[in-house]
Structure formats: C-alpha cells, structure tokens
Design a binder for this molecule. Structure first.
Ligand SMILES: Cc1cc2nc3c(=O)[nH]c(=O)nc-3n(C[C@H](O)[C@H](O)[C@H](O)COP(=O)(O)OP(=O)(O)OC[C@H]3O[C@@H](n4cnc5c(N)ncnc54)[C@H](O)[C@@H]3O)c2cc1C
Length: 378
C-alpha cells in the first residue's frame, strides 16, 4: 500500500479539473488529479462546439448569458493563442418555429451590450428561411490546443501529481480527512489522504458523489455528436440559427475545420437516470464504460450511427444554393445537463459544497469559459 497526503484531490482531468489543480497548486497547495482514462481531456472538454460564449446563445437565460460574457474577456486574454478571433460569425432567426424573433433578439443583445448588426442581403444565405440575420462577435477556442496546454501545465507542475487510468475503489470519511483508495496501472493500490476532495467528473458527477456517500445532482445525460464539415464557399465562417430546434456551424478553433451541431440531431440517446445509463453499455463485454464510469464514446464500436447527413440537410436550408458542404467525421461524448435548466436552457456552472469536514466540492461545469468560477473554492 502506497500512502500519500495531498491538500486537495481533484477527481476528473478535463478542463475544470485541470484548471482547479493549477489554480490551487499556484497558491502553494499539493494537489492530485485522478483521471479514469489513459489521457486527460478526452471527453466533454474535447468534444464540444468550441463556442466561446458571449451570451448570444441564451436568449432565455439572462443569467447564463451574463455569466458567459463576464468571463469571456479574461478567458480570451489568458488563452489567446488558442482562440480564433478572425472569422465572421452570424446569428439568424428561423422564420418558422423559433422561440424568439428579430425584435426580441435585438433587445436581448442591446441589454447585454453585445454586437448585433442586422444584415438584409447576403449572397451566402437563403432569406426565404431566415426572418433575420445578424453579424455578431463570437469567437471559438481550440479544444485540441487547450488540451495540449493544460496537459503540459499539470504534468509539469511541481505541486501536481497526475494519476491516469485511476480507479477509485473505496472512500472513507476519517473525520478530518478523506481516505481514498485508488488502483492505478501495474496493480498498484494508492491510499490518498486529503482534507478536500473536488469532483470534476461532469458526466460521472453522481457516481463520484455516491462513492463519497453524498447526494445526487438532478442531471440528464445525452450521447451527443459533433460533426466536422468543410465548405469551399462558406469558408471558415459561423452561423447559429436561434432559438429552438435549429443548429450551428462554427470554426473548431484554429483547426481549419467547421463543427456542426443541431438541437434536433446532435443528441442521440437520452438518459433520465441519475447516472448516464444507455443500452449501448455492455459492461460484461466492455468494462471501460458503465453507468458509474462512462467511457470514451468516439472510440466505442457501439456508438450511435452518425446523424451528420441529417444535421447538414437541416442547416443547408439556411444557405443559398451555391453553398455546398461535405461531412468529414464525427466525435461523440456524453453531454450532461442540470434538470433545473430544462425551461430556460441555461448552462450555469455550479459549485456545491456537499460536505463540510472533510470538505467535498461538487463542480458541475456549464461552459468552458466559466472555469474561473473555481476560484470561489478556498
Ligand atoms: C456536445 C457538447 C457541446 C458543447 N459545446 C460547448 C461550447 O460550444 N462551448 C462551451 O463553452 N461549452 C460547451 N460544452 C460544455 C463543455 O464542454 C463542458 O461544460 C466542459 O467541457 C466540462 O468540462 P469538465 O472538465 O467538467 O468535464 P470533462 O471534460 O468531461 O472531464 C471530466 C473528466 O472526468 C473523468 N472521469 C469521469 N469519471 C471518472 C472517475 N470515476 N474517476 C476519475 N476520472 C473520471 C473523465 O474521464 C473526464 O476526463 C459542450 C458540451 C458538449 C458535450
């Protein structure tokens, strides 16, 4: 048995877990990151639409919109090498079935003081389907470059120890500290002692809360697909159609690819269970993906068939005939949402102190640029 003492143990090595570890180690703490997979940054922090939210996306949640905008400037300045600022980004309102309209969207943008210049003619777009089109200012971050950056930071920080392929086996509350038994490769068992545990596992949030004997968050989970596409005519621009069952095309950071998602087709299967429970999980065949320890969907042979052609057919309606797209490949992952966000479609980042002594923080991430919320932890 290998016994080790840490000031903080962070469970989950996505952007939120990594940022928490760097922030805390930067203040002199000794921190461990426990990551289930063989590499950090393989799940939601890699498989997302890379939108650096400025607020536009949330006309039904002023709180999320305001939080996005609040952190955008700092995120951009601290990650400028990984942010694409140089593309034209359009927002549009579908003529049919939108929860918003041009007037309301303009009022919302004016309230948030974000750019929204109405465009009445443009050769790339089909105005028969668009009630309104706006040139806005929204950027995209590069998840691959961010992953490289954060991996490098945590792996080389003298105050941080990273354990990949880590399996939490047993947790004991020893009064003033947690004793966490973890198995790591080569059949090694570690006994980690810490006064503060931080759960940053996103889709696995409730599984980890339960392991510590703590309550569930009200979550739903969806197997989600981000498709990657290319268009000579549209180039590296972005279009998001609001607000309802529509879709979005964005440059995926600096990769030269466009990401495509659609409210109707990005989400394949939905799990309303506290743990992400899907028919495709067959633990007897593949123990690396279970409801209490979900795996990596992109590399799974039982991932859903791609909806990219359906997403593209839907989005193609908003473009003039000259604009053609081709689909390349897709990434899949589990997207988890707070049930309380169902009505306003908001994506708040919530940090709950679920246990006072020893401390246990449950960090449920809404948007990537809200990593700074972590600084509220001591
Ligand atoms: C389809 C999709 C589109 C999105 N689009 C955007 C967008 O455009 N802009 C935006 O800002 N946000 C977007 N988001 C949200 C954003 O990606 C997430 O809020 C953010 O990545 C969550 O980061 P995280 O570090 O909490 O989670 P993750 O990146 O999922 O990291 C959690 C880590 O915990 C690990 N883990 C799980 N279980 C265990 C365990 N038992 N033990 C140890 N480790 C464990 C996982 O392997 C993983 O590495 C999107 C999300 C999805 C899924």
């Amino acid at each position: 048995m290998n016994r080790k003492q840490f000031d903080f143990v962070v469970i989950g090595g996505g952007i939120f877990g990594c940022y928490a570890a760097i922030y805390l180690a930067g203040r002199g703490a000794k921190v461990a990151i426990l990551e289930k997979e063989s590499r950090l940054f393989q799940k939601a922090s890699l498989v997302n639409q890379a939108r650096l939210h400025s607020g536009y996306h949330y006309p039904r949640s002023i709180a999320t919109a305001a939080m996005s905008d609040e952190h955008k400037a700092r995120f951009t300045s601290e990650h400028s090498a990984f942010v694409n600022h140089t593309f034209e980004k359009f927002y549009a309102i579908d003529r049919y079935g939108s929860f918003t309209d041009g007037q309301q969207f303009e009022r919302f943008c004016a309230y948030l003081n974000i750019r929204c210049d109405r465009i009445s003619e443009h050769s790339l777009f089909n105005f028969d389907r668009l009630e309104a089109l706006y040139l806005t200012e929204e950027h995209s971050f590069d998840p691959v470059l961010l992953g490289n950056f954060y991996r490098d930071q945590v792996e080389n920080h003298p105050g941080i120890e990273v354990y990949t392929n880590a399996r939490l086996q047993l947790v004991n509350n020893a009064g003033n500290q947690w004793n966490i038994q973890v198995s790591v490769p080569d059949f090694l068992i570690l006994d980690l002692e810490t006064p503060v545990a931080i759960n940053a596992t996103y889709a696995a949030t409730n599984a980890i809360n339960r392991l510590f004997g703590l309550r569930d968050l009200g979550l739903t989970h969806e197997i989600s697909e981000i498709a990657f596409i290319h268009s000579q005519e549209f180039g590296l621009r972005g279009l998001t159609v609001m607000d309802g069952p529509f879709g979005s095309i964005m440059p995926y950071g600096l990769s030269g690819l466009l990401s495509l998602s659609s409210v109707a087709y990005t989400h394949h299967n939905i799990s309303f269970d506290a743990l992400p429970t899907f028919d495709c999980q067959q633990p007897w065949e593949d123990p690396s993906c279970t409801p209490d320890a979900p795996g990596i969907c992109t590399s799974c042979v039982r991932r859903p068939a791609s909806n990219a052609p359906k997403m593209l057919a839907q989005m193609q309606q908003y473009f003039s005939e000259q604009v053609k797209f081709s689909t390349l490949f897709s990434y899949f992952t589990i997207k988890s949402k707070l049930k309380s966000s169902y009505i306003d479609d908001g994506r708040p980042t919530e940090i709950s102190l679920l246990h006072e002594s020893p401390r246990f923080y449950c960090l449920f991430a809404g948007k990537i640029n809200s990593i700074y919320e972590i600084e509220k932890i001591g």
